[in-house]
Design a protein around this ligand. Structure first.
Ligand code: ADP
Length: 499
């Protein structure tokens, strides 16, 4: 298979080239091989490697065959397996981060942080495995005993996106394994290599054949449809766009499968006149430009009190001028490429339509010189790098306010009262994260209660950790990942009335 990559792994075996089904890597079984998926480096548009596609039915049957046995393993066995996996992920951190940067583009330091974050879910849920507790209820009838058992839901179908190719995988797999559920994972076709490397380490940590199956496939719609309709799959867990989430919910409704959906967001950062502006700018820079703006909790709308807007914009511009754009393997870059030509085209069209409707282009950074080869044949844009861009005079009706930008574009609008700020912040279909910058405790309480979001950063932007409940309201989906609530998505309650 053709292969060009400019990174050097300590353990080259981590760069897998096959789907993983029933404990076998594709080459061992002809039936697994369903053609190949080419994986490209978005910073250079070079082919990294090709991966054999998996057969989804085979993967579901493999998981189904071992589900009953896996459910019977003890919590201590599963916790021990998760701890071994956690240690292996940390021991291979540098290699995993390189694979992640190669296929996804984010700066290596961010990739390393993501691997640590991904590992933290495995560690957290190794502990949660030991804390699954049923109940014994008070009885109202003499001689009767009432008990609630918590049992694994069964085989889980997990579909993960390309923006966090490691963390979104472990945030689903670790609680599923802790609860005793076998998994069929379909990683994004754009970033399957990190998921496969994690699966390789899970295998080394003693994951039984069939408990984890990774199906790489170009045809995401086909795989999604089969996962949602196969009778042996009990639950679907998905992170991705709201439109695909709705499709999966429709497909899963025929068999009434359990669902967890972590979908798109449109986070507002609200900066009041009494805010500590240095703190607000630092936090917004982090929450806006992480992963080149490609996260579902990225600040999408910056709402600033009109009285301080000029001061805020000047400080934000100054901070943005320090951002360097370029390949993630080079240490001086904070902004990597966007994931695809379609992503670049979408961001550019949101920016241009905002400008056409009256937004002011206050700052536009630089991008590295042109990419070549495959990219130029795919797109009118000759690079996947997008310049950090600051737009002011944004209006709530503009597409850039109503849609996820998913790029390094800061879009600032102003407000004149608390009432207006709250109405603007809530005037979107989604409700994942929000950010609030003020020193006023009464205002903090009011907005904490009234904002329609699942997570709120108050004078803070780093809201994601393994032990916080991650998830949204409205069209950002339902269910919570991480935290003590995360494992309940993979458990069902059975009541016993014992006469
Ligand atoms: P994004 O807009 O972030 O790329 P998507 O929702 O398109 O988000 O992709 C997230 C995941 O969903 C990826 O693994 C992708 O392959 C998968 N996916 C895309 N379309 C479908 C579909 N119709 N059915 C099931 N999965 C899908």
């Amino acid at each position: 298979m053709a292969q060009t990559h400019a990174f050097a792994l300590n353990n080259p075996a981590l760069l897998r080239q096959h789907s993983f089904i029933a404990g076998r890597w594709g080459a061992d079984g002809e039936a697994i091989n369903q053609g190949v998926l080419d994986v490209y480096n978005p910073a250079t548009s070079e082919l990294i490697t090709s991966v054999t596609q998996g057969n989804i039915t085979q993967a579901i049957e493999a998981a189904s065959a071992v589900q009953a046995g896996f459910a019977k393993t003890t919590a201590t066995e599963r916790a021990a397996f998760l701890l071994r996996w956690h240690q292996l992920v940390l021991a291979n951190l540098s290699d995993l981060a390189q694979i992640l940067t190669a296929e996804q583009g984010k700066p290596l330091s961010e990739a390393e942080a993501e691997i640590r974050y991904a590992a933290s879910f495995i560690e957290w849920f190794s502990g949660e495995a030991l804390r699954v507790q049923g109940d014994v209820l008070a009885s109202t009838v003499p001689g009767q005993r009432l008990l609630n058992l918590k049992q694994p839901v069964g085989v889980v179908g997990a579909i993960t996106p390309w923006n966090f190719p490691a963390a979104m995988v472990t945030r689903k797999l670790a609680p599923a394994f802790a609860a005793g559920c076998a998994v069929v994972l379909k990683p994004s076709e754009l970033t399957p290599l990190t998921a496969l490397a994690l699966a390789f380490l899970a295998e080394q940590a003693g994951c039984h054949p069939g408990v984890l199956n990774v199906v790489c496939h170009q045809d995401a719609a086909l795989v999604g449809q089969q996962l949602c309709t196969h009778p042996a799959v009990a639950k679907i867990t998905f992170t991705g766009s709201t439109s695909v989430g709705k499709k999966l919910m429709q497909q899963a409704s025929a068999g009434l499968k359990r669902l967890s959906l972590e979908l798109g967001g449109n986070a507002a950062a609200i900066v009041f006149a009494d805010a500590d502006l240095d703190q607000a700018v630092t936090a917004i820079m982090a929450a806006k430009f992480r992963n080149a703006g490609q996260t579902c909790i990225c600040v999408n709308r910056i709402l600033v009190a009109a009285a301080i807007a000029e001061e805020f914009n000047a400080r934000l511009e100054q901070a943005m001028r320090t951002l360097q754009v370029g390949p993630g393997f080079e240490p001086n870059h904070q902004i990597g490429p966007l994931i695809s030509p379609q992503a670049v085209a979408k961001v550019e069209s949101l920016v241009q339509s905002a400008i056409a409707e009256g937004a002011v282009l206050r700052y536009r950074g630089q991008v590295p010189s042109e990419q070549s080869g495959r990219l130029s044949s795919l797109s009118s844009s000759s690079t996947l790098f997008y310049p950090p861009t600051l737009l002011t005079h944004i209006k709530p009706t503009m597409a850039i306010s109503q849609q996820e930008i998913f790029g390094p574009v800061a879009a600032v609008q102003t407000f004149s009262s608390d009432l207006e700020a709250l109405a603007l912040a809530n005037d979107v279909n989604t409700g994942l994260a929000g950010y609030l910058f003020t020193r006023d405790p009464a205002r903090i309480w009011h907005f904490s209660e009234q904002l329609q979001v699942g997570m709120l950063g108050i004078n803070a932007s780093a809201i994601s950790q393994a032990h916080i409940p991650f998830g949204g309201v409205k069209e950002s989906g339902f269910g919570r990942e991480g935290s003590s609530y995360g494992i309940s998505e993979y458990l069902q309650i059975k009541h016993l009335c014992w006469g």
